[in-house]
Design a protein around this ligand. Structure first.
Ligand SMILES: [Zn+2]
Length: 554
């Protein structure tokens, strides 16, 4: 007789995403894989003396959530910084910052995250003088939610050596004042990296985003230990939201090494794909490194095989690349790549069999990204490449059908939308034209066009919490001018599980509750199909299992 399973989950409302058996009540897990799916009575029969029984109590059971766009290292590290979400104006800001400063007397640079673009008041730009008034005597800097801008006080600009300006990459800017000194706003990574170098982790967490190369100077053994501790906390946090898999959208060999070591040490609560990050200043031959990463990291816990690129910045700082100038300006944003260079990079990466994921927010950035993928198809022939466009915030109508035509995946973060329920939607009219509104964050329209759509958070841009993000897609708030992009709960759950398994080429191994699949499973707190859509954000994971190991229980 076959051995009894290690774990059974009974009394569940299983949504399996297995088209042959879409519904079930229970499942069994043996040796890290799903060994049986059926009714509670059937699965109970298999139970042995040593089998752990998890009672789902009538709640939804799903394949483990996969967040297909996160910054794991940064998100993990930022859990320890001052969080300014919801804070506005000097009166609110000053006491929390001074309190934080008092609690952290030895910190070289006091650092806060989630600082709104209108931190100092609607329509007002944050300056070093504003932050000097909040904290004059110690270096202090704040990160925008999108991570494309840092605002720093005078001490922090001095500490970073950028008070008098400095050299930056294409698309980046140290905003200078009439007095010849930096104003305090540092746009894009190469402008703010000198300041970020003075944070708790010496900016090592951001190296995968800023350069895609390993941190300089080379981390010591002690650094590696501190970094792994932070990532371990971050992964546990992800698991507490039902997440079993992550697609990192920044990366370098250092991060992949840390994750590989952690997996061997049994400290990883989630599986992680680590991309090779190609920058616009890199020669094409740097893609060899992507091949090395793909060959070196090949486990079910840590793997590579993807090239990440950035085509533009963000709408809020007017660095997203647009077809028409921003309202009231002659500025269309900043191209990170020259179109020819980007096309050549796509052709090279595609020829190597790599998957490509490109950050593209403005309508011109999206168009050029699709052009690059089309160039790769023309040059190398069409293959099952599953290239992705990340964000897609402002889409030109002419480019809507191109996703389906080119078989390009739309990777969208519902919680980032003005109607997603997380960010304050005010001020969009200052950065967007009326004609751009209908197809902004148009995940519903893109899905209806026949293209594949996958969902994620871009943590730490917004919290990694799955259910508030799902609520944003199923029950977005109603905003004038924007089209209704709401979609069904089932499509949304599919995007976050089976869809995200598919986009990583693992649809045959995970993303379904089916015999033989990896035992990545989440038991929810509620039967999601009976929860009022507007309340989905309050539900959460009761149990999370990754590879048959319980990584979270409420
Ligand atoms: Zn991102």
């Amino acid at each position: 007789m076959a051995q009894a399973p290690d774990i059974v989950i009974l009394n569940g409302k299983l949504i399996t995403f297995d088209t042959a058996h879409p519904r079930a009540g229970a499942l069994a897990i043996s040796g890290g894989v799903i060994s049986a799916v059926g009714s509670t009575a059937d699965i109970r029969e298999l139970t042995g003396q040593k089998t752990r029984v998890i009672d789902a109590q009538g709640a939804t059971v799903l394949p483990g959530f996969i967040d297909s766009h996160v910054h794991l290292f940064g998100g993990s590290v930022e859990m320890g910084y001052l969080d300014l979400y919801g804070i506005q104006g000097a009166d609110q800001l000053t006491p929390v910052v001074r309190d934080y400063a008092a609690q952290n007397p030895d910190e070289a640079l006091l650092f806060a995250v989630q600082a709104d673009y209108s931190l100092m008041g609607p329509g007002r730009k944050t300056t070093r003088h504003d932050l000097d008034a909040v904290l004059p005597d110690r270096p202090f800097a704040v990160y925008s939610p999108c991570h494309h801008t840092i605002w720093a006080n005078t001490k922090a600009l001095e500490l970073g050596g950028v008070l008098h300006g400095g050299t930056v990459d294409a698309g980046a800017q140290i905003v200078m004042g009439d007095d010849g000194l930096a104003m305090g706003e540092l746009q894009e990574p190469s402008a703010y990296a000198p300041v970020l170098r003075h944070t708790r982790h010496s900016g090592r967490d951001m190296a995968g985003l800023i350069t895609g190369a390993n941190p300089v100077p080379a981390p010591t053994a002690a650094d590696r230990g501190v970094d792994k501790d932070a990532i371990e906390r971050g992964m546990k946090h992800c698991a507490s939201h039902g997440i079993t898999g992550l697609h990192l959208m920044d990366g370098n060999i250092y991060q992949a090494e840390l994750l590989d070591e952690m997996a061997a040490e049994g400290r990883s609560a989630c599986r992680a794909q680590v991309p090779f990050h190609y920058k616009s200043f890199d020669p094409l031959d740097r893609f060899e490194e992507a091949g090395e990463m793909r060959a070196r990291f090949t486990s079910d816990m840590v793997w590579s095989g993807m090239a990440k690129m950035f085509m533009d910045g963000v709408v809020e700082s007017k660095t997203a690349l647009m077809i028409a100038p921003y309202p009231g300006t002659d500025h269309i944003g900043d191209a990170v790549f020259e179109a020819d260079h980007f096309n050549a990079a796509c052709i090279r990466a595609d020829a190597m069999g790599l998957q490509i994921a490109t950050h593209a927010i403005g309508d011109l950035a999206i168009r050029r990204t699709l052009d690059g993928y089309a160039a790769a198809q023309n040059s190398n022939g069409k293959r099952d490449a599953r290239h992705r466009v990340e964000h897609i915030e402002v889409l030109h109508p002419d480019d809507l059908p191109r996703f389906a035509e080119l078989d390009v995946v739309a990777s969208i973060q519902p919680g980032h939308a003005p109607f997603g329920g997380y960010f304050n939607p005010e001020g969009m009219d200052e950065v967007m034209h009326d004609h751009q509104i209908p197809l902004s964050f148009a995940w519903g329209d893109i899905r209806r066009s026949g293209a594949k759509v996958v969902f994620s958070t871009d943590w730490p841009v917004i919290p990694v919490d799955v259910m508030p993000n799902i609520k944003g897609a199923v029950a977005p708030i109603k905003l004038d001018g924007f089209r209704d992009q709401s979609q069904s709960l089932m499509d949304t759950l599919q995007s976050y599980t089976a869809g995200n398994a598919w986009v990583e080429f693992n649809e045959g191994r995970k993303g379904q509750l089916k015999s033989g699949m990896m035992a990545d499973v989440v038991v929810m707190s509620h039967d999601l199909e009976t929860v009022e859509p507007g309340h989905l954000g309050t539900t959460r994971a009761a149990f999370t299992l990754c590879g048959g190991r319980v990584t979270w229980e409420a």
